[in-house]
Design a protein around this ligand. Sequence first.
Ligand code: LLP
Length: 429
Amino acid sequence: MTHPTLPGHPHIAYQGDTLCIENVRVDDLAATYGTPLFVYSQAAMQDALAAYQRGFAGRKLHICYAMKANSSLAILQFFAEQGCGFDIVSGGELERVLAAGGDAGKVIFSGVGKTRAEMLQALQAGILCFNVESEAELEELSAVATAVGHIAPVSIRINPNVDPKTHPYISTGLKGNKFGIAHERTLAVYQRAASLPGLQVVGIDFHIGSQITETTPYLDATDRLLDLIEEIEAAGIPIHHIDFGGGLGINYNGDTPPAADTLWAQLLAKIDARGFGNRQFVIEPGRSLVGNAGLCVTQVLYLKPGETKNFCIVDAAMNDLPRPTMYQAFHAIAPLQVRAEPAQTYDVVGPICESGDWIGRDRSLAVQAGDRLAVLSTGAYCMSMASNYNTRGRAAEVLVNGAQADLIRSRETAADTFRGETLRARTAA
Ligand code: LLP
């Protein structure tokens, strides 16, 4: 009997023939809480965070967890307890940070489309920094801040025009992307920012993309960033912090991204050589902190043999796991209980009425109806991107720590999904 290879993390592994997450049998959790069910390992998140902390040992660093990757309250609570701040992209995310006990003073606010209301909300909460993405936003933010007698701390996101060599939808640092300010315009925009009454320049930032598995794009972007800092500071505008964004990839399917500490050893060597080593640094990792800490348990409903394909129909779907259909992403799929029978090749699909509702294609599985499967590397950009399509309630979530398993989100009911909707009053015929 061969055990499937798991790409994830040592904290998610077979003990005998049974898949365990830390010291808990995943099957037991599924029996208790039902499926689909997301399960996360706290130890895996801790290890991922520790790799960054090691990489920056002895430096001034703010880790702002990019909470769009997984914004469940207990996950945020964990990162807040570890001393992290948060990279947010909406007023809703700021409310989540506060609800989880996070500190607004450690929040940076990214995104190309901040509304006036969101700017006001963030100013009143006292966030650390607005990462501004356009000249128009700079003017708007200054006006909003001035109107309420605040000064907005700002960093300007520069677009270094480097190719992160990732999926086009998650590549953000190229000229044709909507993000950031062209590096040729940077000095002029900083001069404008420094002259506006409602702003105080505090930093500079970039974020070049996501699921990056090579070091070179970071090295190139860092060189450009440091050139710009020299230029801006020579013009008399001090830059207090340097924010390198997020983007480090994880192993989904044999991918070999550098470890966070290895990546940062290389980047910091360059930064030191150029004389910037004692600055205040900020990073915004998302996926690399949570992606391989999570799995999604799903139950096989039916096996459907076909002429050209065999289908394994499961109870999780594209509303729970949108990455395969959105980005043709690969997630490993492994049984919770290893079976002795020979494997067959299946397309693993969900119940949603779309051919795009697939979770894995051409997967070799020894499986029967009623078995449970784990969809791996699903800690990032799965629950946070889940929808209610087909009026499917979103899944429950469990956070495991050693032998302890806590339900951190209960399963949504159908009634939850239409809360807030109203019928119109009947008019007499
Ligand atoms: N900072 C900014 C400004 C970002 O836009 C992002 C991600 C991050 C940090 C965190 O990047 P990470 O370390 O997680 O790569 N839904 C897509 C990923 C979208 C990423 C968007 N921005 C996916 O499932 O692959």
